[in-house]
Design a protein. Structure first.
Length: 96
């Protein structure tokens, strides 16, 4: 991996690219983790292995949010509100 290529730029688009790249790693790690039985000796090892990539993804989201001029706490609250809206919509669809 060319770290300078992946992590060199500072534009919003560069940060989105880094976020997409990191999200790919996290998604792969989680897919592998979900295939492991919870009682597997490798399960906790893989949880620990995935944690730094997950932390980087969160950090990249926060940095991008700030670069776009968003308030981080407000973004978190808005995300919680949006999740509740989507959950309510899903629940109403299930009632049909």
């Amino acid at each position: 991996m060319d770290v300078a290529l992946i992590f060199g730029g500072t534009t919003s688009l560069d940060k989105v690219a880094r976020l997409a790249y990191t999200f790919g790693h996290v998604a792969k790690d989680i897919a592998y983790l979900e295939r492991l039985p919870a009682d597997s000796p490798l399960h906790q090892d893989y949880v620990n292995y995935t944690k730094p990539s997950f932390a980087l993804m969160v950090r990249l989201i926060k940095d991008l949010s700030e670069q776009l001029g968003y308030n981080w706490k407000e973004i978190q609250e808005l995300g919680n509100e949006r999740l509740q809206e989507l959950t309510r919509g899903l629940e109403s669809q299930r009632q049909w």
